[in-house]
Design a protein around this ligand. Structure first.
Ligand SMILES: NC(=O)c1ccc[n+]([C@@H]2O[C@H](COP(=O)([O-])OP(=O)(O)OC[C@H]3O[C@@H](n4cnc5c(N)ncnc54)[C@H](O)[C@@H]3O)[C@@H](O)[C@H]2O)c1
Length: 370
């Protein structure tokens, strides 16, 4: 198969969908890979490295779309890319169709085959192509939180790990899923006193078993949250209710329970946030202060660490990309339920319920197009 890797052109997107190692793997299976010049630069991969791995570079995005049977990307195509997409071209990338009606209509009109990273699903209902970014964001939440706890950043001026003779900071993590677990691990590793809350008792049991002694698990409810935020120096929001907006576990009036200079990092801001006063921010302007509480609410945290994020993402996507290239999308999706769940749009039809529901459009049976 002929595979194309365009340079990401969405604002502030520095990741790339394939590393030189990925190119070498696809070459090994007999495929041809075309990478747009400088596509990997922001992630730390030079054109030379791609060429050494067996790719050919093309100077423009138009040439990449024109030659490729499968396009591997990171973010959804933006409007300027729509006209470049060919009928029956396979696009393997994040789409998040339910948040963009124009994108949905554009892909239907272009006749593209859209396999969305975010809906590839394992039988245990986990989302293997979202997990790596949650891991990155969870770990980053503590790094960012530590930075904004510094006085010049507006925080209360406390070092997460303390020093001999001075107690460490207190970190509260709301939600003990992927993001919360990684955040708690990082905070604990730095020596902070960590509380992790979840509504799932089995999850709390698991966390209690695997976490170091400076992590305490507590059931998430309004009473316990009010008590914990009064003590916390750093609060990480990491709650997810699949398919729904995040619940506001910390409301505006609860901010007065917190001490001035406390930092909140609401990782769940992309689902509306679990702290009521959080609204999405960017890496250029990541924080704002309300009632003396520093709010960090960057909606694409992994974008700040493209080297790590690219490797983490491509580790997860490459095995699926190889299957798609080896078998073609129809056979690959017929034989692999995980990939089949990733099909959102094909042959001008919507085949993923969440997308059809989001825009009140007709849903077609995925098996009818395979
Ligand atoms: N900002 C970013 O850059 C970024 C990056 C990656 C992920 N995210 C977001 O982070 C959020 C968390 O993702 P995840 O992968 O950890 O999800 P996850 O499903 O692994 O974990 C969510 C956890 O929240 C728990 N939960 C649900 N209701 C709760 C409540 N009332 N109190 C406490 N816990 C509760 C669940 O039991 C679950 O354990 C998602 O909204 C995701 O989209 C944001």
């Amino acid at each position: 198969m002929i595979i194309g890797v365009p340079k990401e052109i969405k604002n502030n997107e520095n990741r790339v969908a394939l590393t030189p190692a990925g190119v070498a793997e696809l070459k090994k299976h007999g495929h041809k890979v075309y990478v747009q010049a400088s596509a990997g630069e922001s992630s730390g991969f030079s054109d030379d490295e791609y060429v050494k791995a067996g790719a050919e570079t093309l100077p423009t995005i138009e040439e990449v779309y024109a030659i490729a049977e499968m396009i591997i990307k990171v973010k959804e195509p933006i409007a300027s890319e729509y006209p470049l997409i060919k009928k029956d071209q396979l696009l393997f990338t994040y789409f998040h169709f339910a948040s963009s009606e124009p994108l949905t209509h554009a892909m239907i009109e272009r006749g593209a085959v859209c396999l969305a990273y975010e809906t590839v699903e394992k039988t245990d209902r986990s989302l293997p192509l979202l997990v790596p970014m949650s891991e990155v964001a969870g770990r980053m939440a503590i790094q960012e939180g530590a930075k904004y706890l510094e006085k010049p950043s507006g925080g209360k001026g406390i070092l997460l790990g303390g020093v001999p003779g001075v107690p460490p900071a207190k970190v509260l993590v709301l939600g003990g899923g992927i993001v919360g677990t990684q955040a708690a691990k990082m905070a604990a590793g730095l020596g902070a006193r960590v509380v992790i809350m979840d509504v799932s008792l089995p999850r709390l049991r698991y966390l209690s078993d695997i976490m170091p002694p400076n992590v305490t698990t507590i059931m998430s409810n309004h009473y316990n949250i009010c008590e914990a935020i009064a003590e916390a120096d750093l609060v990480v929001g990491a709650v997810l209710i699949p398919g729904a907006k995040a619940p506001h576990l910390i409301t505006r009036d609860m901010l007065k329970l917190m001490r001035a200079g406390t930092v909140v990092v609401d990782v769940a801001v992309d689902q509306g946030g679990c702290i009521e006063t959080c609204t999405p921010t960017t890496h250029e302007n990541p924080t704002f202060i309300i009632d003396d509480i520093v709010h960090y609410c960057v909606a694409n945290m992994p974008g700040a660490v493209p080297y790590t994020s690219t490797l983490a993402l491509t580790n997860a996507t490459l095995p699926y990309a190889v299957q798609l290239a080896n078998k073609g999308w129809k056979k690959a999706c017929s034989e692999n339920e995980e990939l089949k769940k990733g099909l959102n749009v094909a042959n001008g039809k919507i085949v993923y319920k969440g997308v059809a529901d989001a825009w009140g459009l007709e849903l077609s049976e995925v098996d009818d197009i395979l």
